[in-house]
Write a protein that binds this ligand. Structure first.
Ligand code: S3P
Length: 459
């Protein structure tokens, strides 16, 4: 049985992000109790579809995140020549077209809200002699794409059409023989790194990417898993140098998707700030390039026990027991930003409930996420009576151990802004409203029922 979401995406019908805005409101809740597994990791789910497309044979995926963003990438993989089938809940199979044998998509690849899906797929297309048109929703159309297109053009791809400032809609013409390049990423971004590596797959030589701060390494790990020859070594103080040998024989491999720490972050912080809570988050991915929030919350005095560390599907995972805690303000170093880049909105909520000042340093990349998250978070805190300031690229939250709430938050088509402020409402004096919860379906479609099961009062 196909679900509505899947039918919509695979038949190119209107999607949840085209649907009218749906406000939601969270009120004082809890205590939160229970054990659960967060949905599959979004980053790994996108990559599973794309590597399945580029491989020979059938890739079986389990634990896939069935959020709109990822299903868009599945639809793109299908448009580029893969046979993509849903086998059951979170279980998908992808019969690959194979590296060098992609088809030109007949229609525009509509990535909706998905920055990762669109940017990684640009890398895939750039390494093939095909044209593909990329587009998305109002949020995606605002996001910078030059950072992806510049290295792809250096490799031989051509941008035939583009929106203002190199943004979507974009018509990209790939090349059958991408030049091997050495590329230094201008910012720590796994999306830039991954786009270059995916384009470099079809290059006759070696592609090297240098990043001065390490970003998430799922592409490197998964490429190795599918049979590519790829090496990663330390570069400078905190960077990496990644070298990929072109034209590997990519062979279909099973992918087990671990639980997404960026989604688990919402119930995790909800439990910390909602008095009396005691929850267990099962199978959360503990890849050190993704655990910056955990490090920070532990610094803040959070009562989180890391239990049963193990390996699942090539990633470290663990169960987390989380109990309501009295948090204190901390400084987060800019160098930690890549490992918690998507978690600042919910960290800002935790900081509001901490005692003392939290200073989050080096948040410039937050300005180019699904929304300008720096501005959206500060505004959301202010309308709920939390004192905060933006100083350059830093966010300062003056926590008082409680929040007044009562505000209505503009979410700007940003799922993480919506979830963060609904979590805030669960522990505030007055309810917190968000203007639109529909975008939550991009990354955490089960957010509402899961939070309700734990004891959240969201309507
Ligand atoms: C992602 C990388 C990050 C992150 C995004 C997912 C990925 O973006 O914010 O949600 O899967 O590669 P940047 O690479 O732009 O930092």
């Amino acid at each position: 049985m196909l679900e509505r979401r899947e039918i919509c995406i695979f038949a190119s019908r209107p999607l949840s992000h085209d649907a009218p805005a749906r406000p939601a409101s969270a009120r004082r809740s809890g205590p939160l109790k229970g054990a659960f597994r967060a949905p599959g990791d979004k980053s790994i789910s996108h990559r599973a579809f794309l590597l399945g497309l580029l491989s020979v044979g059938t890739t079986e995926i389990s634990g896939l995140l069935e959020g709109d963003d990822v299903l868009r990438t599945g639809a793109a993989a299908r448009a580029l020549g893969a046979a993509v089938e849903r086998r059951g809940e979170g279980r998908w199979s992808v019969r690959g077209a194979g590296l060098g044998s992609l088809l030109a998509p007949r229609e525009t690849l509509d990535f909706g809200n998905a920055g990762t899906g669109s940017r990684l797929t640009m890398g895939v297309v750039a390494g093939h002699a095909i044209d593909a048109r990329f587009d998305g929703d109002a949020s995606l159309r605002k996001r910078p794409m030059r950072r992806i297109l510049d290295p792809l053009v250096a490799m031989g791809a051509q941008v035939i059409e583009q929106g203002e400032g190199g943004r979507c809609p974009i018509l990209l013409r790939g090349t059958a023989e991408p030049s091997p390049i050495e590329y230094r990423t201008p910012v720590a971004s796994a999306q830039i790194k991954s786009a270059v590596l995916l384009a470099g797959l079809n290059s006759p030589g070696r592609t090297t990417v240098i990043e001065s701060e390490a970003s998430r390494d799922h592409t490197e790990k998964m490429l190795a898993h599918f049979g590519a020859s790829i090496a990663s070594e330390a570069f400078g103080e905190a960077g990496r140098k990644i070298t990929l040998q072109g034209r590997p024989q990519l062979v279909a491999r099973p992918v087990i998707v671990p639980a997404d720490p960026s989604s688990a972050a919402f119930p995790l912080v909800a439990a910390l700030i909602t008095p009396g809570s005691d929850i267990v988050i099962e199978g959360m991915m503990m890849n050190p390039l993704r655990t910056g929030l955990l490090t920070t919350l532990l610094d803040m005095g959070a009562d989180i026990a890391v239990l049963d560390r193990r390996t699942e599907g090539g990633e470290d995972v663990a169960d987390l027991r989380v109990r309501a805690s009295a948090l204190r303000g901390v400084d987060t170093p800019a160098a930690r930003a890549p490992s918690m880049i998507d978690e600042y909105p919910i960290l800002a909520v935790a900081a509001a409930f901490a005692r003392g000042e939290t200073r989050m340093n080096g948040l410039h990349e937050l300005r180019v996420k699904e929304s300008d998250r720096l501005a959206a978070v500060a505004e959301g805190l202010r309308v709920n009576g939390v004192e905060c300031a933006i100083e350059g690229d830093d966010l300062i939250v003056r926590g008082k151990g409680a929040a007044m709430g009562g505000g209505s938050v503009a979410t700007h088509l940003d799922h993480r802004i919506a979830m963060s402020f609904l979590v805030m409402g669960m522990a505030s004096d007055k309810p917190v409203q968000v203007d639109d919860e529909t975008m939550i379906a991009t990354s955490f479609p089960t957010f509402r029922p899961l939070m309700a099961r734990l004891g959240a009062d969201i309507a």
